[in-house]
Every structure is written in C-alpha cells, then in structure tokens.
Design a protein around this ligand. Structure first.
Ligand code: DPP
Ligand code: ZN
Length: 872
C-alpha cells in the first residue's frame, strides 16, 4: 500500500459546509442517502473516499450523473463538473451484520437482539458514505434515522435532537442537528434496544444538559459509577480549564464489540463496555479507576479534539497526547497523585520505552504511515502526554492555562497542528517553545547521563548533564532535545538541602528545574556543606532514561527519606533494577540487592506509609521492562528467574512471619468498599501475598483459597484466582470462578486473562484448550486481547518458550483474526516487538513465524504494515 507523508500535506481542493444524511437502518442492509454542499475554487474533480459501499444513486445539483462524468477508483469516486456551492447526493447500501471489522456501521451482539452502531475514527466514515474522509474537512451535520420501532426503539446520533415521530408500517424516525462543525471521524449513530440512566447537569456557564448513559438490559445497573465520574470530569474541566459542554444532550453508549477503548464522537461517545460498566462483584479497583479515567478522557476530547481538531492524522498526538495529559491530571486530582504518577511512569516504561526500542519505533508525530490505525500507540498517547507535561512544567500552571486559553480561542472550530499548539502556548507567554518541536519529530528514548562532582574546598557541587538518543529505524542521527531535569540535593542523613545555583546571591528553595538545552550542560551549586546525594529527574520531569552511578546506599537514603512518594519509588526501582542486573549475572550478594532488601524490610512495618505506596515499593519492574536493560540475546527464562530471585530475596529478608501477619492484619480489617484506604489495603495484600508465595507457598495458597471462597469484591477474588492458578487447585479455582461469572463478559475476560498469564512453557497448552471454550470467540476484540493478548504480552516465559511454539501458535491465529478484524490482528502482532534482541534460537524462531505469516496472501493493510516494519 502507498505511503502517506506529512511533507506532502496539501489543503483540500474541496470543502464541505453541510452534510445531510437520511439513514434507513436494518441489520442486514442499511441505506444511506447523503447530501453534501461543497465549496472550492478549483476546476479539479471532487474526490470522495468510499470503501465497501454499494452505490445506488449519484446526483450533482439534483441531476443524476451520467457515467461519463464520474469514475470509480480504488479509493472511492472522482466527480467532474463540480462547482462552488454544488450539492452532491449519493445513496449507498451497506451490510452491517457482515461487517466484522467493527469499522463503519456494524452490529454489536446477535442479529436478533444486538444493536447497530458506528465507529469512524480514523477512516471509518468512508465505509458509511462517500465523503472526503480527512480531519481538515469540517461540516455541520443534520442526520435523520429511520428504522423499525419494535426492533430499534432507540435512535441516536450526535447533536441536539430535532424532532422524531412515527412512519407507516411500524417504523419511526428521529432527527439530530449538530451545529458545531466537525470532521467526519466524529460522526456517530446508534440504534437498537438500549436502556438509559439520565442526569440533569447545569454547566458553569448556565447550559442545562441531559446526560444519558446507555447500555443493554442487564448492564444498565452498572453505569452508575460512570455517571458520577462523568459529572466529576465535567466540573473539573470547567474549574481547571474553563471549558464547558456545548450541546443540550450528551450520550454515552456501552458496547462489548469495540476495537478501541472508547470514542469521543461529538455528543455521542461510544465506549467499550470495559471502560464504562462497573460493579463491585465484577470490577477490580484498577478497573474502577480506568472507567473514571476513560470517561474523563473522552469527555475532555470535546474541547481537545472536537472543538479543536487535527489538521491531518500526523497530528494525532495534538489531541491524544494533550487529552491523556488532561486525563492524567484529573485522575491525580481525584485519587492519590504520587500513586497515579507511579502508574503512569510504569506504563510509559513498559509500553512506550519498549516500543521505542524496537522496530516499530516512531516519533510522537510520525512523518509517514501506510495505515493510520497502527499509530494509535503508546508513543502517540503516553509519550505525547509526557511532552505536554514537560511543556506545562516549563511554563508553570498559570502560564500553561493562559496558553491553553489562547489555543482553544484561536483554533476553535479549526483543524490545527502541533506547531499551532506550541505557538499558542508560547505566544500567550512571550516564550519560544519551538525547541520542543524536536521532541515531536524524533523517535527513540533519550539517555540522560548525570555526573556529579563535589569540591570540598570550594563547597561546590557540579552536576554535568549529557544527552544522547540512540538511532531508530530511519533516523540514524539524532539532535539534542530540551530536557527539563527536576533536581534536589540531599545530605547523607536524608535531609533536603537549600539550593543556590552559581550566580544566585543566596540559597532558596529545595528543588530546581535545570534545563538541558544542548548535548551537554554544567550546573554548579554553591555553598554545599558536604558531598550531596542528588535526586534527579524528580516526578519524572522528562521521558528519558537516567544514567547516574549512584552508590546503592545513596539510593537507599532516597528510598527512605524523600518526602515525595514518586521519588521514593523511583529510587527503589533503580535499586531493584541494579540488583536484577547483578542476579542475572549470577551475583546474589550485590550491594544493590542488600540495600534494596534492607531498605524495604525497614519500611515494611512503617505505619505512616500509605499501604498503596508500600505495595508499589515492594514490586520491581515487570519482566518486559527489565528485559530492556539487556542489550542483546535476551533469554526470557533467565529474566524471569532473576526477577523471581529478586522477590525471593526480599521476602526472605522481610521474613515469612511478618508477611503472614501483615497479610492477616490487612485481611482482618478488609471491607469491600471503594474508598482509598480499602483500595490501598487490597493493593498491599496483593504484593504481600506474591512475596509470601515465594517463601511459603503453602501459606500463600491457603490464604488465597480462603480469599477466593469469601471475597466480596473482584480485586480480592481475582488475586486469589491468580495465586491458585499456580498451585494444585488451579482447575478447581478456575471452574468455580467460571461458574460464578459465566454470564458477565467483563469478568470472563479476566478469567481468560488470568489463565493465559500463568508463567511457564506449559501455559500454551492451556491457552490452546481455552480457544475451544464455549465462551471464546475470535470475533470479540476484548476476548481476543484477554486470552491471546495477555499470553503474548504479559507472559514472556509462555509466549517466548524456547521451542518457538508460542510464536507459531500466535501467527497462525493472527492469520485467522486478520480475515475478520485487521485492527485487532495488527495490534496483537505488535507483541512481537522485541524479537530482534532475543537470543539466537528464539530470534530465529520468531523471525520464521513472522516471515511465514508475512508471505501469506490477502493480508490486511493493517497487519501487512506491522509485519513489514517488524521484519525490516
Ligand atoms: N477513541 C480513541 C481515544 O479516545 C481515539 N480517539 O483515544
Ligand atoms: Zn483519546
């Protein structure tokens, strides 16, 4: 397929001012009549994108077009003779029930009971009607839906309602008008048997809005938490960014059949049920927080994405990075900020750093793509968010808000670029932010090397910072990027020192942001009484890999004494990662291992410490992240063994008795409530039980068994199941869980995932058997990700088993899935990401499996693109 390049962007020849649609909905065959009013100052033909559409009528200014005046092309229609102000009318037929790609208009659920819905981002609107399907074509929409009233009692489209009524022969209609010009990727409709909960909301600027959450019968009771979260998000955006909602009604709909997490269609968000439904018996604490975060994320898009959209898909991070940042800030405000930062940085390292180190590495703003669906990545989202965070930090809260106000005001109703974003933030404050553009165009994770030198005679501490970004595919040479490095200095006793940089007349404050704006910079602190311990990159002030030759005891000091929870965790992670390096090399007596174990053993009974933070401190990085520390010839079995040894040493140092009694104490005050303290205790129980399992497996399994039988919440029950799956009661526990939850799809996803995650080579057999479980289907993205995605991504010793059977298994399934749903196949295929760096036997087996898959015919553009880049 052809390459789309950012450098070749040109403004559209033809724009569309208004879209009128009349949609006759039916499961097997739906008809869509569309009238476009187009504008342009050109005599070039009008190109309309279209895919899998059956064209029934085509009119220009009311006249049916003769064959000679238009052409069908590979990508749509080309129409001659169009004039400024012309009206193009098309009538097409589509087949929703046959649409397994879940892009365009499709059926969720069974033909007799399910409902119809749409997904357009990025390029699904062309599967509904002929249209210039690009985000810089903004139009107002009037949409009339017609369908059988009994089969489709609820009809929804984005915008304000504008009439409804009955038709002959049992059908009815409803019309919606969206006055806000929008790109077509934000179009949506929903039709079927749905129930709702409603709430009245008055915006800060006085608009009365009806909030409606929709789900199928049986699930509507699980929408209450999301409704509360939505209201919190709306208030937060008013208070934090001054942004108000702008229609009279806001709909959110849950579906179990969805490729993405959720979609911010204007006025009609559509959610993967996983991120909307929540109930104590079914949802873990993490899932509750995800619901809150995703509800907020999609709502925030109403401004960062919808009112101000993207000029082209290369600018995707303009809306996604910014909206993830807004979502993360919201979640930090609603929950524990340090824990939220720990979670976000962990995810960044686990998902984005690994992506950036492999063959699929790309800049936050890619310069070219074959299939845009493949760029909804951790880099565009998570690294994109880190870049906004860096810039917000550079400006400070007040100036950032001022800049955001200008951005929204200047580009409202517009399709903008990342340059526009930086210009607005900068110009509002008289600051030139263009150096940050380098971050957007350059792939790879910068290495930040820090060297500290203390001069006792001068009482001076010099910190030298140096940056280097490793080469990535297509980008052999890297330029330096601006790196804000948040720094504090500690004395040996763990007290923070007041800071005085060279040139300042006196010390002030305990934390500074040093700006490294070239390859190397030197920063001199004066009046430092003794060699300090630097605390670097505090709060993870830039998405880089920090390299500093800390003494283990200095990291232990930071782990113990830093007043900021995130930084304690960061120090602990550095220690445990170093201890991991040593264990991998066969060294079980490293100073790092000792310092880490001693440090945590002494914090273990600290009653001042938030149990949620202690839980995070007790867990080293995931295997996949630790594997990144190895340059070449990664052996996932060795990685796991070293990480397990790490946990074992820690558990021994803390001691089985203390672990048991801490667990029992936590359990004795357990409640099923969702308050922060109860969640924190559950989080700590998890960490403690895992540690206990390493030293006293019997004691751990006994507790898991009791927990599995008694738990009144999913967090505990799932923990228990995960533990029991490692022991002799695996089958009994699995079938008890299945029996209890077989009617809850979201719980069943966890059941599949828990089994796929059991470490070790033998798990492949179980995964293969689970393919034949009645509840498994390749057609449901959540189910595929639960079983196959978890196996490939979260079970390195299973997927990467030495004989290569895991690779061959996955690629065979990928071919089957690709024929149904290319987006799901392509996403799953990225699990091969690290294959280049595997040890030779596995590397060869992975390569062969990928190459065999790639040589097949009929691969989708999505999957072919991933395979081609992975194999390059
Ligand atoms: N629906 C996806 C998201 O909100 C893509 N826009 O991130
Ligand atoms: Zn988004």
């Amino acid at each position: 397929a052809s390459l789309v390049r950012l450098s070749e962007y040109t403004a559209p020849d033809w724009r569309v001012s208004s879209v009128e649609m009349e949609v006759d909905l039916d499961i097997a065959s739906s008809r869509i009549r569309t009238r476009l009013t187009v504008h342009g100052d050109t005599d070039r033909p009008l190109h309309l994108d279209g895919e899998d559409l059956e064209l029934l009528e085509l009119k220009l200014d009311g006249e049916t077009l003769a064959d000679a005046h238009y052409r069908k092309t590979d990508s749509g229609l080309e129409i001659d003779g169009v004039r400024n102000g012309s009206v193009i009318e098309t009538l097409v037929r589509v087949k929703p029930a046959e649409n397994t790609k879940l892009e365009g208009l499709y059926l969720s659920g069974a033909a007799d009971t399910g409902f119809l819905l749409t997904q357009c981002e990025a390029e699904g609107f062309r599967r509904i009607t002929f249209f210039p399907d690009r985000p810089d074509v903004l139009a107002t929409y009037t949409v009339t839906l017609r369908a059988d009233r009994a089969r489709f009692p609820v009809l929804l489209a984005g915008g304000n309602p504008d009439g409804a009524g009955d038709l002959d022969d049992g059908r009815h209609w409803a019309r919606f008008v969206d006055p806000h010009p929008k790109p077509c990727y934000l179009f949506a409709l929903v039709a079927g048997r749905l129930q709702k909960i409603s709430r009245a909301y008055r915006t800060a600027d006085g608009r009365d809005v009806t909030l409606n959450l929709w789900a199928e019968a049986g699930a509507i009771e699980q929408c209450g938490y999301a409704m509360d979260a939505l209201e919190r998000a709306m208030r937060w955006d008013e208070q934090t960014y001054g942004r108000n909602y702008d229609l009279d009604v806001f709909h959110v709909v849950a579906t179990h059949d969805f490729n993405m997490g959720a979609m911010e269609n204007k006025g009609l968000n559509i959610f993967n049920a996983k991120y909307l439904l929540a109930a104590p018996d079914m949802s873990t604490d993490d899932e509750y927080r995800h619901v809150e975060a995703v509800v907020a994320h999609e709502y925030f898009h109403n401004w960062s994405g919808n009112r101000v959209t993207c000029r082209d898909w290369f600018q995707l991070s303009l809306k996604e990075g910014l909206t993830v940042f807004r979502e993360q800030s919201f979640s930090a405000d609603m929950n524990s900020a340090p824990i939220k930062r720990i979670e976000d940085v962990s995810l960044l390292r686990r998902a984005q750093f690994t992506e950036d180190a492999g063959p699929l590495s790309h800049p936050v703003r890619p310069s070219e793509y074959r299939e845009i669906n493949n760029f909804y990545t951790a880099t565009v989202y998570e690294k994109g968010s880190e870049l906004v965070r860096m810039i917000a930090g550079r400006l400070g809260a007040e100036r950032f808000r001022k800049g955001m106000d200008l951005y929204f005001e200047r580009h409202d109703g517009d399709a903008a670029t990342l340059e526009d974003f930086l210009a607005a933030l900068g110009e509002a404050n008289g600051i030139d932010l263009t150096p940050y553009l380098a971050w957007y165009g350059q792939a790879g994770t910068p290495r930040l090397r820090a060297l500290g030198e203390y001069d006792a005679a001068q009482r001076r501490y010099t910190l030298t910072l140096r940056q280097r970004t490793p080469a990535t595919p297509g980008q052999p040479h890297k330029q330096p990027v601006p790196i804000p490095v948040r720094v504090a200095l500690f004395d040996r006793g763990g007290a923070m020192l007041p800071l005085q940089l060279q040139g300042e007349t006196e010390a002030s404050g305990h934390e500074r942001v040093l700006e490294l704006d070239g390859v190397e910079g030197e920063f001199v602190f004066e009046n430092v009484p003794a060699a300090p311990i630097p605390s670097l990159l505090r709060g993870f002030s830039a998405p880089v890999v920090l390299e500093h030759d800390y003494l283990p005891e200095d990291l232990a000091t930071l782990l113990r004494a830093d007043p900021d929870g995130f930084n304690r965790w960061a120090a602990g992670q550095q220690l445990s990662s170093r201890a991991f390096d040593a264990l991998l090399a066969g060294d079980a007596s490293s100073a790092a291992l000792r310092a880490w174990c001693d440090g945590l053993a002494s914090l273990f009974d600290d009653t001042e410490l938030d149990p949620a933070l202690l839980a995070e401190l007790l867990m080293p990085a995931a295997e996949i992240e630790l594997a990144e520390r190895i340059e070449q010839d990664v052996d996932p079995d060795a990685v796991r063994a070293a990480r397990e040894a790490l946990l074992h040493h820690l558990a021994e140092r803390i001691g089985g008795d203390r672990l048991e009694s801490r667990f029992d104490a936590l359990q004795s005050v357990a409640s099923d409530d969702l308050d922060a303290a109860s969640q924190a205790r559950r989080r700590l129980k998890q960490a403690v039980l895992r540690l206990l399992h390493g030293v006293r497996p019997q004691a751990a399994l006994q507790r898991a068994d009791a927990l599995h039988a008694q738990a009144g919440n999913m967090t505990d029950r799932l923990l228990a199941l995960q533990m029991l799956l490692r022991g002799p009661q695996a089958d009994a526990a699995a079938s008890a869980f299945r029996q209890r939850h077989h009617a809850q799809p979201l719980a069943m996803d966890k059941w599949f995932a828990a089994q796929a995650q059991v470490a070790g080579a033998q798990t492949l057999d179980r995964v293969q058997a689970l393919l034949h479980d009645d509840a498994f289907t390749l057609r449901n993205p959540n189910r595929v990700h639960a079983l196959l995605g978890t196996f490939a991504r979260s079970n390195p010793t299973g997927f990467h088993r030495a004989d290569g059977a895991g690779y061959r298994f996955l690629t065979a399934k990928l071919a089957e899935i690709d024929a149904l749903n290319p987006q799901v196949a392509a996403r799953l295929a990225t699990a091969f990401n690290g294959w280049h760096r595997l040890e030779p036997m596995r590397r060869e087996a992975a390569h062969d499996a990928l190459a065999t898959l790639a040589s097949g015919n009929d691969l989708s553009r999505d999957l072919a693109d991933i395979l081609q880049r992975a194999l390059e």
